[in-house]
Design a protein. Structure first.
Ligand code: ADP
Ligand code: MG
Length: 619
């Protein structure tokens, strides 16, 4: 039943222009289809969406008497009272989209509910016509023609057809990822661009990014205390040059959120080089009561009741998966058209070449997709899968603001859970035979049918780093008194923040004390960090005060530790004795997934077969 929201409700909804571009029209209409419980949705656009947009779904449909109301502002079936704003489980709730699209286009709705006939109702520039009997299956077909035909100023602001089309296409990719149980077909000017089959996330990712991507990913599924993080993240060697391969869905909604992306980036920090970005498709599901979705309608963001707990949960899960799952970068010999075998340089030049094991990622073309799967064109009707509609199907969430102790518990449990789950890719150090070195830089180890080349500097640096990190985390740091104490003068807010951190700083090896007024005096620092610039160090801690109040201070130390480790590590060109080379691999516990703290790989694997290919023993 669609009803009109009373002013006291809609005045509390963050409002704003919801439709300004073809992609926002598609977004709103597809969200309505998802909210209607459809498990099959077809989207067609022509002329970049300016000429025509049509969305067909097999959802619950709109009753005849409700049809005129879809064109009225503030008309919705999803929200009744302002209280419900704090527990929204549908994608829509503002009751604005259809009405505002209808006011700037020629719109037609054909809809049929279960046990009723189909009816249609058109609307031109906001003026609805008459309800007419129509033909149609259960569900809804909405056609939007000539978008902005009556608002030339807005039409002028649209980009080229190709650009608008590409924005719609990106959004359709996100829908396919966010609703992997829904069958989507997306046509551009009559040609299929995407087709998904509703058979799960891995398949949806393959539909969007190509079939090869999954083997470069780890699957995550961690669920504790009502916070569930699941999906796929790229492995340490699979990185992208920009953020466009990152999708986060919070309670089914596509979101770009600072807290979560910072948590993920920090978890990857020691595996990534500059300007590399991880791949991920992640779902964060939370009790709706602790997420506020009522942000500006055009901003893909949400607010969390507690950023701290969200940051911590995401960080701990992602870093546990990465740290427990490292793999050596594999050396591949690739046959290239018309050339000899091409060896792909790894460690040294990895920054400048595409990583050998990362296949180029491009969306599957229609032809390729067709080869892979035989299409089943019979629509599945009436098997509604109410993904966001039925609160009664959802688990009962306990709503409570967790206290600090509980938070730690969440992190610890998540980590334990993942540790149990993760498979360590380690090689027993005893089975690695040391075979010498190359260029006084790379150590050679043989095991079974594989050869590992280890960059002595990168590996040593990582090991020192791990050791420092551990001593910081275990608070077993040796302090080094300073000749002249360092005094930081702060503003009141900074002082209040830092004074609370004093015990932590002290445990980490800083001798820090309240120096009166709003200043703090540092008279000793952790010995490992004696060379850092204290001004910069505290600047960074204070800089993170706003956004990541919760970050463990030890995380901020990572960076410092990395540079300390770099200084202390053996350099390339220094000759190691065989004993030292053995000791290195033993300290690494045979972990061939090591990377230096700046993200460069420390180990490269060459398979015997690859060598034999080089020598043409095998082809
Ligand atoms: P909202 O989604 O915020 O409720 P909209 O303006 O997008 O507002 O839609 C208004 C109402 O029209 C919805 O609440 C819903 O009842 C109905 N509606 C729109 N599209 C569909 C659809 N595809 N299937 C069923 N009902 C729909
Ligand atoms: Mg809507």
């Amino acid at each position: 039943m669609i009803h009109i929201l009373t002013p006291d409700v809609y005045n509390r909804i963050a409002a704003g222009e919801v439709v300004d571009r073809p992609y926002s029209v598609v977004k709103e209409l597809v969200e309505n289809a998802v909210d209607a419980g459809a498990n099959e949705i077809t989207v067609e656009i022509e002329g970049g969406g300016k000429t025509r947009i049509r969305i067909s779904d097999n959802g619950c449909g709109i009753a005849r008497d409700d049809l005129p109301r879809v064109y009225l502002p503030h008309a919705t079936s999803k929200l009744q009272s302002a209280d419900e704003l704090f527990g929204i489980r549908t994608l829509g709730f503002r009751g604005e989209a259809v009405a505002s699209i209808a006011s700037v286009s020629k719109m037609n709705v054909v809809s049929r509910t279960k046990d009723a006939e189909a009816f249609s109702l058109g609307c031109e520039g906001g003026a609805a016509g008459e309800i007419l009997p129509a033909a149609g299956d259960c569900g809804t077909v909405i056609t939007v023609d000539d978008l902005f035909y009556n608002t030339p100023a807005r039409l002028k602001f649209l980009k080229s057809d190709a650009q608008e089309e590409s924005d719609v296409t990106n959004m359709m990719a996100r829908f396919i990822l966010s609703c992997p149980e829904i069958r989507f077909t997306y046509y551009v000017n009559g040609k299929v661009r995407y087709r998904s089959f509703g058979d799960g996330l891995a398949a949806a990712i393959a539909n969007v990014y190509g079939a090869g991507i999954i083997e470069n990913c780890y699957e995550i599924c961690a669920d504790k205390h009502g916070i569930c993080l699941r999906g796929f993240i790229g492995n340490q060697n699979f990185t992208k040059a920009n953020r466009s391969y990152q999708s986060l869905f919070v309670n089914g909604r596509y979101v770009v959120n600072q807290t979560v992306s910072a948590a993920i980036m920090n978890a990857y920090a020691s595996y990534l080089m500059k300007r590399q970005y991880p791949f991920y498709v992640l779902f964060l599901d939370l009790p709706p009561e602790i997420v506020d979705v009522n942000v500006h309608p055009n901003k893909a963001d949400v607010r969390f009741a507690d950023n701290q707990i969200i940051y911590g949960s995401v960080y701990s899960v992602v870093s546990a998966v990465l740290d427990g799952n490292s793999r050596a970068l594999e050396y591949l010999v690739r046959e290239e058209k018309g050339t000899e075998e091409k060896s792909v340089p790894a460690a040294e030049t990895a920054a400048s070449v595409e990583r050998p094991i990362a296949p180029a990622v491009k969306p599957m073309s229609y032809e390729e997709a067709k080869k892979q799967v035989a299409f089943d064109l019979t629509p599945v009707k009436n098997q509604s899968a109410p993904q966001f509609l039925a609160p009664e199907d959802s688990p009962v969430w306990k709503v409570r603001q967790p206290d600090r102790e509980e938070k730690e518990d969440v992190f610890a449990e998540n980590q334990r859970f993942l540790r149990e789950k993760s498979v360590q890719e380690k090689i027993e150090p005893d089975t690695l035979a040391y075979k010498g070195e190359l260029f006084r830089t790379y150590l050679i180890y043989e095991t079974g049918d594989n050869v590992y080349l280890i960059d002595q500097h990168a590996a040593h640096e990582r090991l020192i780093y791990n050791r420092l990190k551990k001593s910081v985390e275990e608070r077993a740091v040796v302090s080094q008194p300073m000749l002249a104490p360092y005094v930081i003068t702060l503003n009141a807010q900074e002082f209040a923040f830092l004074i609370k951190q004093l015990p932590v700083l002290q445990e980490m090896g800083f001798d820090a004390e309240d120096f009166g007024g709003t200043s703090i005096r540092i008279s000793a620092v952790p010995a490992e960090l004696k060379d850092i610039s204290l001004g910069k160090f505290f600047g960074e801690i204070l800089g993170s005060m706003e956004t990541l109040r919760a970050v463990k201070l030890t995380d901020i130390l990572k960076d410092k530790l990395a540079s300390a480790a770099c200084k202390a590590a053996v350099k390339g060109g220094e000759c190691l004795t065989e004993r030292e080379a053995r000791a290195l691999i033993e300290e690494a516990e045979g972990d061939m997934g090591l990377r230096c703290p700046h993200g460069r790989p420390a180990a490269v694997k060459i398979k015997r077969a690859e060598l034999e290919k080089l020598f043409k023993r095998i082809v």
